[in-house]
Design a protein around this ligand. Structure first.
Ligand code: PRT
Ligand code: ZN
Length: 225
């Protein structure tokens, strides 16, 4: 087992959030050597261990109390919260701060030539997505229903492949939608990376360290604004 007196922070190992997450921690003064292909990196100058994992695992690691802090996209966090609630759990964690990277939107998109006058156009239609619970929350709020086509990749090819009428996927520039003959018709959720903390009290030392990190993060983000 890892040394429980050290603060554990989970971040994405490789992907869209990993460079920005690493840079934020480094700018907070944490000296870490992330060059090796290791799951865990030990900070040299503070009692902090960095866990480098798939982004999808981060909310669960925080909710289950395996790590103290995590850096994760709100989209992944909210989907995991809704998934656990649907399973009858009551997931606990706190959002310490919204960060200034990882911005994207979860949008509905349809073949470019289709007519869209509002979400009711998609009532009872089949929609491909990796975010079925966020999509259901949106449709529920409108009193609408949809048939799910759950895909964890290649969502944007589903309409062309005849698998779905529309998709609900993350968008940043929109280039991927365009390249696949799709048009963004509605934004259902706007996301950024957030710093989250597990439920329950931290030890006095860990809490003091988190307070110090929060002050530094505030400074780093303000300096970039
Ligand atoms: O391997 P691992 O599971 O850790 O990573 P992953 O492949 O699941 O996730 P990754 O690294 O792609 O994304 C991590 C997080 O970055 C997401 O959960 C979002 O919070 C955030 N993010 C920000 C994005 C994008 N922007 C984004 N553009 N995640 C995905 N995309 C996709 C988008 O869906 C499209 O397919 O990137 C593609 C290009 O986008 P356009 O619109 O610029 O063409
Ligand atoms: Zn992932």
């Amino acid at each position: 087992m890892l040394d429980n007196t050290r603060l554990r922070i989970a971040m994405q190992k490789s992907g869209r959030l990993s460079d920005d997450s690493r840079e934020l921690l480094t700018r907070c003064g944490i000296k870490i050597n992330l060059q090796q292909q290791r799951l865990i990196a030990f900070a040299e100058n503070m009692p902090i261990d960095i866990l480098r994992v798939r982004d999808d695992d981060i909310p669960g690691l925080v909710m289950d109390g395996v790590v103290d802090l995590g850096i994760i996209g709100e989209n992944v966090l909210e989907e995991e919260v809704l998934t656990r609630r649907a399973q009858g759990e009551d997931p606990q964690l706190s959002i310490l701060r919204r960060l200034d990277f990882g911005g994207c939107r979860l949008s509905l998109a349809m073949p470019a030539d289709s007519v869209y006058t509002g979400p009711e156009c998609l009532d009872t239609k089949r929609i491909a997505t990796s975010y079925p619970h966020l999509l259901k929350k949106y449709f529920d709020s409108k009193g609408l229903t949809f048939k799910s086509c759950l895909l964890n990749g290649s969502v944007e090819v589903a309409p062309r492949a005849g698998l779905s009428d529309a998709i609900c996927d993350l968008v940043s520039t929109g280039a991927t939608l365009e390249a696949n003959g799709l048009r963004e018709v509605d934004v259902i959720y706007r996301s950024k990376a957030v710093l989250i903390q597990r439920a329950g009290e931290l030890s006095e030392d860990k809490q003091a360290l988190v307070n110090r990190l929060m002050t530094r993060i505030q400074g780093v983000i303000q300096a970039r604004e």
